[in-house]
Design a binder for this molecule. Structure first.
Ligand SMILES: Cc1ncc(COP(=O)(O)O)c(C=O)c1O
Length: 376
């Protein structure tokens, strides 16, 4: 069976984890966490990066730092993972879903402004498949209406928009280092913070409401409980696993891009013949090959293709059930305008195996099997 995902593993991770154990520093904010923070800040140009226990938690931190209150509204796409919504629902916010663009599957920036009310507090663009949303337009709308922008960049580490790192464009950026992502620590994530004045509040929130971060920098000799907070920092053992991968980020990225390009070239003919559509990457976007998807004609054809791949020992998957059609989405949100694209396009989308180290032999088998399906 060709798996859909294999968690990234270089082989250097166990040694670094053992080093964390030997350091006798396995709690949060140890030396490996610091190295990850520094790498993320240098790579993205963000003034502050904080590792978190997940992207879900990074999103929760963003909602807390924005002081989202019951009744506030946030604008987001419905075609996303539930965590994008959960973080704001936990604070009592109302979700306002807007349609997506058919080319990138990202929020349709031309539909955002109409969904803004006097209760709107934030826009949450999701960079689907590591391909950027139209950030110039989104940040401009946010500026004019005095709204925050929280980038759900869970899938977008190493991706760019007009030369800027995704996650570092909005007020907050949220990364995921879950095992399904390009770089991993098992479960984990990071929060990027744009406004230097919010850094200390974020550190306190992440450290149970204490000023332990100030203490760890040697600026005070005792730390204490100063505000509300939770525990959003991962163990340094997990950070060690991630650090092994961040040091080799280009190698992982290039490997994934090579697989992505092989798929892309191989399916050109099927697209020309009108059988499938391949992903579209706008010129201003540099993507990270987080996923390779094809769009079949419709739901029925996608279901048949998924079964055919499975019969041939290939695991392909689909996602997401649009949030506005899920029970919680109905309870906590509303769809602004009409769903012209979200359901139709998500019904057609099928993700092919994509991971670091995917072999040529396996890629060729996937390609041949998809082509056989259309020529059978
Ligand atoms: C778009 C999006 N947002 C948020 C998340 C949540 O990430 P995590 O599992 O790190 O909490 C995911 C994970 O799949 C995601 O794809």
């Amino acid at each position: 069976m060709i798996p859909f995902n294999v968690p990234p593993f270089l082989g250097t991770e166990p040694d670094l984890i053992m080093q964390a154990v030997k350091n006798q520093k396995i709690c949060g904010d140890g030396p490996f966490t610091k190295q990850c923070h520094q790498w993320l800040e240098e790579k993205t140009g963000s003034p502050k990066a904080l590792l978190t226990t997940s992207c879900t938690h990074a999103l929760e931190m963003a909602a807390l730092l924005l002081h989202i209150q019951p009744g506030d509204e946030v604008i987001l796409p419905s075609f996303t993972f539930c965590s994008t919504a959960d973080a704001f629902v936990l604070r009592g916010a109302k979700l306002v879903f807007v349609d997506i663009r058919p080319d990138t599957m990202n929020i349709d920036e031309t539909k955002i402004e109409d969904a803004i009310t006097d209760k709107t507090k934030a826009i949450v663009p999701v960079h689907y498949a590591g391909v950027a949303c139209e950030m110039d337009t989104i940040t401009e709308i946010a500026r004019r209406h005095n709204l925050a922008v929280v980038e759900d960049a869970a899938q977008a580490v190493m991706s760019e928009y007009k030369g800027q790192a995704l996650g570092a464009i909005g007020d907050y950026g949220c990364y995921s280092f879950h095992e399904t992502k390009n770089y991993s620590m098992g479960e984990g994530g990071a929060l990027l913070i744009k406004d230097p004045e919010k850094i200390e509040e974020a550190e306190i929130l992440r450290e149970k409401g204490t000023n332990r971060s100030v203490f760890l920098r040697g600026q005070i000799d005792k730390y204490t409980w100063v505000d509300h907070g939770s525990s959003y920092l991962p163990s340094d053992m997990n950070a060690a696993y991630l650090w092994a991968q961040l040091q080799e980020a280009e190698k992982i990225n290039n490997d994934r891009l090579a697989s992505w390009n092989k798929y892309y070239v191989a399916f050109a003919e099927l697209e020309e013949k009108g059988y499938v559509q391949r992903p579209i990457i706008p010129d201003e976007c540099k993507h990270n090959a987080h996923m390779f998807y094809l769009k079949a004609k419709d739901l029925e054809e996608r279901t048949a293709l998924l079964s055919f791949l499975k019969e041939n020992d290939i695991l392909a998957v689909f996602h997401y059930i649009p949030l506005h059609s899920a029970p919680a989405g109905k309870r906590f949100g509303r769809f602004h305008g009409t769903d012209e694209v979200t359901t139709r396009e998500s019904d057609r989308l099928l993700r092919l195996p994509m991971y670091y180290g995917l072999s040529d032999e396996d890629i060729n088998k996937v390609i041949d099997t998809v082509i056989r399906f259309y020529h059978k």
